[in-house]
Design a protein around this ligand. Structure first.
Ligand code: DX5
Ligand code: ZN
Length: 217
């Protein structure tokens, strides 16, 4: 499954570009939310989800790269978000947050950065819909895939198969035509891509199609 990250989109033509990736077969839209604290950058808030909601029927998944995710859930739910991905780094005990998201009727994802031991997510795998393995340090689009990520994805795949095979393994950061097959072989089945979609030579639709074809192979 391909999840274009609109962080790399042309915001002056956001609706048009989201329609374009949806038409090309994208499976969901990845919305990167940054607070300038958890990551050294600012991006967007629920107003962007609100603007996109009438534009697409694809799920809008919100990747909360923020220190205090609980503060923002309601606003994003009202705006029309379908899924939330929160970071283990800011949640010493993620269970209450997981339950809160579930209680809102939304899908629950847990993310972890490249320097977090993969085993830290193991106790929660049974109770989440999606595990997001960061393959760059979050904050900016267009960074290079960290090669050590492949082994981490393999480890995550083993743990997911053991505890909850239905849990999706999403990979985020530096996914492009050169890295996507490696991530797929290692066990990922949802692929976030920002630059590789929205800055693709042939345009966003071509970017989605190229990545999807590589995953199939
Ligand atoms: C990283 C974000 C990613 C990122 C992906 O801070 O969580 O979603 O924008 O962009 P690319 O695919 O360009 O690495
Ligand atoms: Zn992301």
């Amino acid at each position: 499954m391909i999840a274009p990250s609109i962080l790399s989109a042309d915001f002056s033509r956001l609706g048009e570009q989201v329609r374009e990736v949806a038409g090309a077969g994208a499976d969901r839209i990845h919305v990167d939310v940054m607070d300038g604290h958890f990551v050294p950058n600012l991006s967007m808030g629920s107003i962007v989800v609100k603007g996109l909601r009438p534009v697409t029927t694809l799920p809008l998944e919100v990747h909360l790269m923020v220190e205090d995710p609980g503060r923002f859930l309601d606003g994003f739910v009202k705006a029309g978000s379908d899924a939330f991905i929160v970071h283990l780094e800011v949640l010493p005990d993620p269970r209450p947050m997981m339950e809160q998201i579930r209680g809102l009727g939304k899908k629950v994802g847990l993310a972890f950065n490249p320097d977090m031991p993969v085993e830290k997510i193991e106790p929660y795998l049974r109770d989440i819909d999606l595990a997001l393995c960061m393959t760059v340090f979050p904050g900016f689009g267009g960074q290079a895939y960290i090669p050590e990520s492949t082994e981490r994805l393999q480890k995550l795949r083993e743990l997911v198969d053991k505890h909850n095979p239905a849990c999706e393994i999403e990979v985020d950061g530096g996914i492009n035509a050169a890295t996507i097959a490696t991530a797929a072989r290692a066990g990922a089945n949802v692929f976030v891509a920002g630059n590789a979609v929205f800055l693709a030579d042939g345009g966003p639709a071509a970017g989605v199609k190229e990545l999807a074809a590589l995953v199939k192979k």
